[in-house]
Design a binder for this molecule. Sequence first.
Ligand code: SF4
Ligand code: SF4
Ligand code: FES
Length: 481
Amino acid sequence: MLEFFINGQPVQAEEDQTVMQAAKASGHFIPYFCWHPQLSIPGNCRICAVEVEVEGGGIGWLDIACNMPVSPGLRVLTDSDKVRARRKETLQFITLNHPVDCGICDKAGECTLQDYHYAYNGSPSTSLDAKVHATKHYDLSQRIVLDNERCILCTRCVRFTREISKTNALGVISRGDHSLIRPVEDGAFENDVYSDNVIDICPVGALLSKAFLHKARVWYLKPSPSVCPGCARGCNIDIWHRKSEWRLTALDAKQNARIDRVTPRENAAVNGPWICNKARDLARLLERARAIQPLRKGQPVEPQAAIAAARSLIQDAHRPVALVSSWGSNEELAAFQQALGGRFSSFVKTDCEAEPGEVLEDDLLIRADKNPNRAAALALFPPLPEADVAAFPPDCDLVLVWGEGFSFAQLPPTAKIVFLNSWLQPENGHADVFLPVSVMTERSGHYTNFEGVVSAFEPCFAKPPGVFDAEALFASLGRST
Ligand code: SF4
Ligand code: SF4
Ligand code: FES
């Protein structure tokens, strides 16, 4: 450790840190565009300039904090007259050709260029020349649109594909104010399964999600902490949905209960600041047609009648078997074990397999197991044997199937079936009792990932009437009356 000074205050720093890193760690703010804690340092935007003080009152100089190593006794100023003047000049330069698009830009509310402009510049452009125009709508991929006029050429997106996703899919073409971000021509960016991270790290509104384009202003939305269920990594995410105080009544009310977008929630022990595109598409997974009606032999029944029927089947069974969901939360698994674990021979099943064309596994985040909580389920119950006959003894007379992914054709033909699921599918009507259960965006809980790290998820929406919470349902099914 060494000591240096920021604005006259002593700061302890590691010897290999930069002034930017040490400032961030000690709570001193220095603005930045091109610097990113997980990427290499190009030093191209110059907004992070700080003044280096010279002992004895000599004339100090300005240099960039993101690439300045700390040294013992170094003294820097982050808000001197010189620094403020340099920031203003830098912002004048960066906005020279930048359009005044904030009113229609999806990045408004999250744009550091807008924030820094108001904090450090605030003046109209001093340029007498017309702005240089560039491509306003360039299809970078099927998922992302690029507005080259808004791009400040920080190269974060380029470095992301070189250093993190390792597709080398983006680059800069041409020189000076004709420079443009462009994808390489072999389609690598289209196939980069981490591509949408460039939307988050772009400091301006140059890279935008087509799925979210002009859907909502971010200040109408609220991020709820959650966990991606797409694989056993369990990446921490924020699910963005409409704030209750901004609920729509006259317009499409369905927008009040939909996932507007998904972004990473940084967790160094799980996913760092990244997620793969599967998490961005969570709405496709969780907003499938829902099952909301309890059924008895395919006929609608009241929720309490369905519970009573399932309870009676469980009490009367001689050799009941349960297929436990690898999507159930830690709380639901514990509730099942406590209420029904002694009654059933229980096995953990696979709810989801990789979809055709999906990346099975890689060195960054993606895991081959496409179920979020198999680790916690296997800590309580054995896995479902490959041969069905090993799970279902000849006298098996009841199977409780929890979650999707298991064909009823594999069940003993004479066994009764109690089925818990969230989605509309034909099997629901073939069960003796069907009990619709909530999805993760309607309840809180925890998942344990393949490395044993536990992450929490919070509810975003109310569950539909008629739908059960599995945790309470198991307790109810386990009671004798
Ligand atoms: S598109 Fe965004 S991230 Fe990429 S260079 Fe331009 S400003 Fe930076
Ligand atoms: S790596 Fe797995 S858990 Fe992480 S975002 Fe992708 S699918 Fe979700
Ligand atoms: S943040 Fe330091 S030069 Fe860009």
